[in-house]
Each structure stands twice: as C-alpha cells, then as structure tokens.
Design a protein. Structure first.
Length: 221
C-alpha cells in the first residue's frame, strides 16, 4: 500500500459508494421482489437461457457429458461475464473512492483478524457470493499493489475455504434443514445460522493457518 493512498482524503461520496458496493455484493437483495433486485450482483448478472432437448430436458450451452480441453474452454467462457461485470462495478466504485473508504474503515478489523488491509473488504464480500468475482477482484488488488504477495496468499486461503459461502449454503445446504427423520421429526435440529457461523469461523481459521505458515517460513529464510 503506498503512502499516496493513505494520505488521500475520503469524502461522503466515497462512503456512500462503499455502502452501495457492500449491499450490491452481499446478496441482501437477491430475493427482493420488484425493482429492488437491481441492487444485487447475482440478479443483474443474470443467467443463460436453456436449450430444450429430447424429452423436454433443458440444458445450458455447455450441454452434458463434456470433458477435456473443449469442455474446459466452455467452462472458462461461462465465467467471463461474471468476472467482467464484477470488475466493472469495482472500477466504478473505486473511482468514487470506495476502496479508500474501505481501507480506512475495515483495516482496523481485517488487519488483526486476517492480516490483510481493509481495501480487500469488497473482494471479501464478493467472494462470499461468487468465487469468480472474488478471485478477479483479488487479482485486481494485487496488480494495483493494494496487497502484497503474502496478503494475497492469505486472502486466497480465506476464499478457498467454502468458496461462494452465502450462495452455496443458503441455496443448496439449506435444503438439509427441510429433511425429516423416519418418525416425522426434523432431521436437523440446530438453527440454520449455526452451521453458517461455524463455516465462517473455519474460513478465518484457515486463513490464519496460512498467515502463521508464511511468518514461520519468512523467519527460517
């Protein structure tokens, strides 16, 4: 992080753009009815149309049964709109000063908790909803020298553990809480939020394991 960024004044527009970015990438309005859906990243990101096949089965443009380099190419092609859109939004809010506001507000929290600067806050929030957006934003932070190589490694460890946590947990994992046992009672009795909190704790734990490993390795050198 350079001194120029630290000395830059942060105005009300920067804080408002930071609030917008946090709300936009958090998934708070993902299920909102009506026009409020435009305030969510996944809603605006959209989805591909379906190709109707034999027997009424629907497929995306990737189809089914693919393998090898060709299927890998289509998978990579599938990621491009998500990453491009996320980076475009970040570029706009960065121009408005959101990263400077995040650096000032979140560094006191993220530095002791994970050993990374507050400027990673937007990428952290985005990674909880989209692994691709989080990865693309992390690369952008590193390219712009907002984070060091070690900080990038620690941050990657945080993201790698249960990537896309909010999307995957509440869209797929939450289905487990609707299962019933043979006697008709609920199969899972703990509150929905408890496993999610455990996942988040271990994301922080995994990042700090990497953090301590890097410190130990640097001491040996």
């Amino acid at each position: 992080m350079n001194e120029k960024n630290e000395q830059k004044k942060v105005g009300i527009v920067a804080y408002l753009s930071l609030i917008f970015a946090i709300v936009f990438f958090s998934g708070f309005f993902a299920k909102a009815a009506g026009w409020l859906g435009v305030l969510d990243f996944t809603v605006l990101n959209g989805d591909y149309g379906k190709i109707i096949g034999e027997g009424g089965k629907s497929f995306t443009f990737r189809g089914t049964g693919g393998y090898g380099a060709k299927d890998g190419f289509l998978f990579a092609l599938n990621l491009i709109p998500t990453v491009m859109f996320a980076l475009a939004v970040v570029s706009v809010v960065e121009y408005l000063g959101a990263l400077d506001a995040a650096r000032q507000l979140l560094t006191p929290l993220l530095r002791p908790l994970l050993g990374i600067p507050g400027s990673t806050g937007l990428a952290l929030i985005a990674s909880l909803q989209s692994t691709d957006a989080g990865a693309g934003m992390t690369k952008l932070l590193y390219d712009e020298k907002e984070i060091t190589n070690d900080e990038r490694t620690i941050f990657a460890a945080f993201q790698f553990t249960a990537g896309g946590t909010i999307t995957n947990y509440f869209a797929t994992g939450a289905a487990l809480f609707a299962l019933s046992a043979a006697d008709g009672s609920m199969a899972v009795t703990v509150p929905l939020i408890v496993p999610f909190v455990v996942i988040m704790i271990f994301k922080v734990f995994g990042a700090n394991l990497m953090r301590f490993y890097l410190k130990a390795a640097s001491k040996k050198q």
